[in-house]
Design a binder for this molecule. Sequence first.
Ligand SMILES: Nc1ncnc2c1ncn2[C@@H]1O[C@H](COP(=O)(O)OP(=O)(O)OP(=O)(O)O)[C@@H](O)[C@H]1O
Length: 316
Amino acid sequence: MALQVSDLRVHYRTVRGDVRALDGVTFALADGEITGLAGESGSGKTTLGKSLVRLDGRMRHVGGRVELDGRELPIGDSARMDRFRFHEVSVIPQYAMSALNPTRRIGTMVRELLRSRGIGHRAVRPELERRLRLVGLAPEVLDRYPIELSGGMKQRVVMVLSTLLDPALLVADEVTSALDVSTQRAVAEALVEFRDRGYVRSMIVVTHDLSLVYQIADSIMVMYGGRLAEKAPADALVTAPRHPYTRRLLAALPEPGVRHEDKRLAGIPGGPPELLDPPAGCRFRARCPLADDRCAEQPPFTEVAPAHFVACWKAG
Ligand SMILES: Nc1ncnc2c1ncn2[C@@H]1O[C@H](COP(=O)(O)OP(=O)(O)OP(=O)(O)O)[C@@H](O)[C@H]1O
């Protein structure tokens, strides 16, 4: 088992109180598993991804554990986490490619990044060039400025960099969302190739685009209101979803292959719960057509079929 996340709770501290963005998240990721993480905007996907690699200043780890290969990751302690980042856990953050410094050449940024991690540039240069070629980029790309590269090229550079030291876990947050359809496919296929070659052991691919992730993921997790609603092998999740929210999320998808970017989910009345003061019981209760009195109690995240977990009293 590569990654085990148990009852993880991460809050944002705000002047109005704590936003309970992760409120008891439990799942495991096997060696070699690519999992897609889907759900409406605000459900906690980015927070979950960040929590495993780098908590930002406002995030507080209030409970739960994260273990990688049986060792606990000190996610609440940024200084201690530094040892694991890039080497063992790595993230391609949302908007990573627009965050590249426009005034510095790609190669300069790479050298600085490696130096900050105590890694000699020369030692990894051949591997860096090999991997750039693998994703269709000539090593000369290192002499260029970010503005000279297309979005897809920048995204591939970021991918190569974040996995250069063969981390056990990669979190890729919306890595394809700003790209055109054919480039999206190329980047998605490169993620699979990196896993197949062992550059990354396991991967969490955060996305709004269930149809794209379905093409590359072994399993899919669906988040709702700071908790996981369902995790299942990709086929089972798409063809036989058990959670009423997952069913609606899939029903709201446009035709296969077309991106779904609506901030609000069409077809599901109401909005996601307020995480500042979330309702008791099942978070989906207020919008669920199947809800009854039992749903006032929080349903456990239970394995209802092999590797198929659901948090719903009606899913058994
Ligand atoms: N810096 C912050 N301060 C306070 N609350 C925050 C902060 N960042 C996120 N949140 C809240 O935490 C919850 C989860 O946000 P998160 O960004 O993880 O969701 P998401 O599913 O990734 O959304 P999106 O798909 O829009 O990126 C939301 O209620 C959001 O409003």
